[in-house]
Unconditional design. Structure first.
Length: 554
């Protein structure tokens, strides 16, 4: 623990009694844009870690942090943001755009660790303050009552309300938590996976909260269901792990970075008691608190990949369902999702290649004025390393976020619209040359594999799409530019056709003779290659209509 804390201690600001860090955010909820901030959640987790050391000299600092952060909670039961904290000291709840209701869950989890393991060490008035803050957070979570599709918060909120119910003899809250947890587990089994599927960020959050449940919840039925979900989380990680590159293969429902953080590799090392050894030394403050045992039969997936393996899994039930397809080959990993969108947290089409020391990736994105445009809907059909992918536009889709800033009546301003194939990792330092014609085949060697790419069709109103290439110090890109110029107010409801169709294949060089075809007629874009089929509407429409109309056969 002291080793993990060594890197955090210098961030402590004794004047504000919180951690002081450079600003960062996913681009929503906050109106701040830079500078230094004091994070409520990070400060609480730091306080927990200080207490976990057992060092009496650090107790005073932990108490100071707890007093400071608890005072920032909205504890007015009549307030719209009751039970919440703001993200940062510098931005009160009233200034956030909008406040993040998840902070009752995240901060409630941290405070429960204090109450469960360290309450007896705190000053009596502070102990009471911790208890009160937890109960305010639990009431907020119950009032919000998030659905089972919001995986990490559904799990986290069940943990907070159940443990608070048991800890304080709060039967009403415990009964709520049991019903909520039962509904979540039944729903997840019916879907086939967590709705926040295969997420390097939130599957780990889910795994950690499931570990907390097994550590702290007493109810036997609740625990049995948590054990099943704990197994499900580990299966998702192991089955999608690409051992040659040590990357978490796609598709990802939510991720904040594309290359895997060493923190996940360290977690696997600890969870296997070192039997899987990546040589990573990156301890986290929570490692000592959460023993997350990986099932022994899943350990081999993290160490080798002797032959190509396909993973095809239903993530979300529906008509049509959301299905992930992943090809894990010794030379590469390629994953796609059958339908979704291109929000900046999505990894709808993602490939890895190279080795563990210098992995590379290819990621499909769509940018509006340089930021991912969530209104773009994505569809694919994949067999081994061969993919047909198509995109169209939702009139009610998101802007920078899938729900916080939806388009109003299909309208949005833009100076630039482009589909991007982003090359990162080791490949980000390479120089790319764009095809001269939109439908010209493009081939590139990717380590021991070869990439074949073709645009089968591209249309956006009356624009003339073209390819461009470029790069910076970290990434290289190949862009299909749909529009660039003066700022324009686009109205999707007035655009008759807006769609892109791609063919992509990864595999051994010279082993293929694909003949992909794209045709556009009767308001449909139809793509085919061998047995693969994909069809989407070309006219912008509501997201629900587009998702139901997208077919991977016709």
């Amino acid at each position: 623990m002291h080793q993990a804390l060594a890197a955090v201690h210098p961030k402590y600001d004794p004047q504000e009694r919180m951690l002081k860090e450079p600003f960062r955010s996913p681009g929503y909820h906050t109106t701040l844009h830079g500078g230094m901030i004091h994070s409520t959640r990070s400060s609480l987790h730091y306080a927990v870690a200080l207490l976990d050391t057992g060092d009496r000299a650090l107790l005073e600092r932990a108490e100071a942090i707890l007093r400071r952060v608890i005072a920032l909670q909205d504890q007015d039961p009549n307030s719209k943001t009751y039970g919440l904290w703001s993200w940062f000291l510098e931005e009160p709840l009233a200034q956030m755009s909008p406040p993040d209701w998840n902070w009752a869950d995240f901060c409630g989890v941290a405070l429960l660790q204090v109450a469960l393991d360290h309450r007896h060490r705190l000053s009596p008035d502070l102990a009471q303050g911790v208890d009160a803050a937890i109960q305010h957070a639990a009431r907020s979570i119950r009032k919000r009552n998030v659905g089972p599709g919001y995986t990490n918060i559904a799990i986290m909120g069940a943990y907070v309300t159940m443990v608070a119910g048991e800890l304080y003899g709060w039967k009403e809250m415990a009964d709520y938590a049991k019903a909520r947890w039962r509904d979540f587990c039944e729903y997840t089994r019916e879907q086939g996976a967590f709705n926040e599927y295969n997420s390097p960020t939130y599957t780990i959050v889910a795994l950690e909260e499931l570990g907390r449940m097994l550590l702290h919840v007493q109810d036997p039925d609740f625990r049995r269901q948590a054990e099943a979900m704990h197994r499900l989380a580990w299966e998702e990680i192991a089955l999608h792990f690409h051992a040659p590159t040590r990357q978490w293969a796609g598709p990802h429902s939510r991720a904040y970075s594309t290359l895997l953080d060493d923190r996940v590799l360290a977690l696997v090392q600890n969870a296997t008691q070192g039997r899987v050894n990546f040589g990573v030394d990156k301890p986290a403050m929570s490692d000592i608190r959460l023993p997350l045992a990986c099932p022994a039969d899943l350990e081999p997936y993290f160490t080798s990949l002797p032959r190509t393996r396909m993973v095809r899994k239903q993530f979300i039930a529906g008509q049509p369902p959301v299905v992930g397809t992943t090809c894990l080959a010794p030379e590469f990993a390629l994953g796609t999702v059958s339908r979704g969108d291109l929000w900046n947290q999505r990894r709808a089409l993602l490939a890895f290649w190279g080795d563990a020391k210098s992995p590379s990736y290819l990621l499909l994105r769509f940018l509006r004025d340089g930021y991912d445009f969530a209104a773009v809907q994505f569809f694919s059909a994949q067999e081994t390393g061969r993919v047909l992918a198509a995109m169209n536009f939702a009139t009610d889709g998101g802007g920078r976020h899938i729900s916080l800033d939806r388009l109003k009546d299909g309208r949005f301003p833009a100076e630039d619209l482009r589909l991007r194939l982003e090359f990162g990792g080791a490949a980000g330092r390479e120089k790319l040359t764009a095809p001269k014609q939109v439908e010209e085949p493009w081939t590139r060697r990717l380590g021991a594999a070869t990439l074949d790419l073709r645009c089968l069709d591209a249309v956006f109103a009356d624009e003339k799409p073209r390819w461009e290439s470029g790069g910076d110090k970290e990434i290289a890109w190949l862009d299909l530019v749909l529009y660039t110029g003066r700022k324009n107010d686009f109205d999707l409801k007035q655009i008759s056709e807006a769609a892109v169709g791609l063919f992509l294949e990864l595999g051994p060089a010279g082993a293929r003779q694909p003949n992909p075809v794209g045709t556009r007629a009767d308001g449909k874009l139809r793509l085919s290659c061998g047995q693969l089929r994909l069809q989407i509407p070309t006219r912008p429409a509501r997201a629900g209509e587009l998702q139901k109309a997208g077919l991977n056969h016709w």
